[in-house]
Design a protein around this ligand. Structure first.
Ligand code: PMP
Length: 428
């Protein structure tokens, strides 16, 4: 009940789904408490209204002479400018529209210069851990303080070939603990050693202002569906050079400026050097427009107000959890570390999956259980060995077996093997 309680300090931003009622196993129904923002946040009412207002005017982008095509093209390119402004990009930065953070990081992985080394903390989301293909990846041990994170990165970078290209990939806010990472300091360390840095802002951008210039990061990636714009688009924004020099991530119409048959029968292609180089095919105009709408709405609400409200909510949830002796909140940097509204915990003697299912079935509270696509981090935090089979969600029992995940068991040595996560934001 405490978890579902609303903060009293200010009004939440209007979001869809606030009045949805769900049935309870105990009978009757209750207003749904959406506490899984870290997976996907509800759409802002404002985003929904903007999309509805635009929808009748939808037309193909960059492809039509008609009025609606031109209007859509204008809105699409204006959305790019809005996102650049939202992220406080440098004038020469490019904003590439993708499907999601995962897609954005895979795009960056596809344009790495030859011989590029990658440095990534083992505590990252799999979207940051896994896309690097054939590049040499150094996985850095989980730090226990922000300072240790910087020192660990410094040490690793000092040992690398200082003349080769390198990329550091780091999250701004953990999708498991909600803790903020020292992005500015990590960026300074990366640059001091001649490396570039990409910020995974999937969990940061919905909660805090992200300034590319102030953080001095080379790229930022985030997803629309975690930023109250769940229409299938994401962003990779930052330095143009690696993007311009590489082969297109998606090859096809829209990415090419000129295509001509050669005398020898082949085809010559001149690719765009703008963001369009990596955006082949008909783009998701609604998705892109909805992201721009969310950027405007959050900016107008003022991140300083959103942060202040969320601080109260975080304190309330943590105080409530602290009153339950069986609850252990998971943290890498300690209780006092600054964080966003993402809190994971285990409950002694409870199977986390059963606990989360009970919150839903008995109270109408929607949370997440599992390993949160961050297996090594959850392993470190639980001091155990989570099963791998469950992938992002709860580990699965073998056919015919009852899942023992999270319950005291011989296999887990009495430890929970996955966790429960509550997450919330501007609409809570
Ligand atoms: N990074 C972080 C920190 C995340 O929390 C997530 C989503 N859980 C991702 C990357 C991947 O985002 P998406 O699923 O939208 O690609």
């Amino acid at each position: 009940d405490r978890i579902a309680e609303r903060a009293v300090c200010a009004e939440p931003l209007p979001v869809l789904g606030r009045d949805v009622t769900v049935p309870l196993v105990t009978g009757g129904e209750v207003t749904y408490a959406a506490l899984d923002y870290a997976a996907s946040a509800p759409a802002l009412q404002r985003v929904w209204d903007d999309v509805a207002a635009y929808a009748p005017y939808y037309g193909s982008v960059h492809r039509g002479a008609g009025y609606l095509s031109q209007l859509s093209t204008d809105l699409f390119e204006q959305s790019r400018a809005t996102v650049a402004e939202f992220l406080d990009c440098r004038p020469a930065d490019q904003v590439v529209f993708t499907r999601s953070t995962t897609d954005s990081l895979n795009l960056l992985a596809a344009v790495l210069p030859a011989g590029c080394e990658v440095f990534v903390f083992e505590t990252e989301h799999h979207a940051s851990l896994l896309p690097w293909g054939d590049a040499r990846v150094t996985y850095l041990d989980a730090p226990r303080t922000p300072d240790e994170a910087v020192a660990t990165l410094e040490r690793a970078l000092a040992a690398r070939d200082p003349y080769g290209p390198a990329l550091v990939c780091v999250t701004g806010a953990s999708n498991v603990t909600g803790e903020l990472w020292p992005v500015r300091e990590l960026a300074a360390a990366a640059h001091a050693h001649g490396a570039r840095i990409v910020l995974d802002a999937a969990q940061l951008a919905p909660h805090h202002r992200v300034s590319v210039r102030e953080l001095d990061v080379d790229w930022v990636a985030f997803s629309g569906h975690k930023l109250y714009a769940p229409f299938g688009s994401g962003v990779l924004a930052g330095r143009a050079d690696w993007l311009q020099e590489a082969q297109p991530y998606l090859a096809g119409g829209g990415a090419s400026r000129k295509v001509a048959r050669r005398e020898d029968g082949g085809v010559d292609v001149e690719w765009h050097t703008t963001a369009a180089r990596h955006e082949a095919g008909s783009p998701n105009v609604i998705g892109v427009y909805s992201i721009a709408s969310a950027c405007r709405a959050l900016t107008e609400a003022g991140f300083e107000n959103l942060v202040e409200r969320e601080r109260h909510l975080i304190a309330k949830v943590r105080e409530g959890l602290a009153e339950v002796p069986a609850v252990r909140v998971l943290s890498l940097f300690g209780d006092d570390a600054p964080r966003v509204g993402v809190i994971s915990f285990v409950v002694d003697g409870w199977n986390s999956s059963h606990f989360a299912a009970a919150l839903s079935a008995e109270y109408g509270i929607g949370v997440r259980d599992g390993l949160f696509c961050a297996h090594p981090l959850v392993r470190t935090l639980l001091g155990g060995e989570p099963h791998a089979e469950g992938e992002c969600g709860a580990p699965e029992a073998a056919p015919g077996e009852r899942s023992e995940v999270g319950v005291p068991s011989a296999e887990g040595g009495g430890r929970s093997l996955n966790a429960i996560r509550v997450s919330f934001g501007a609409g809570t």
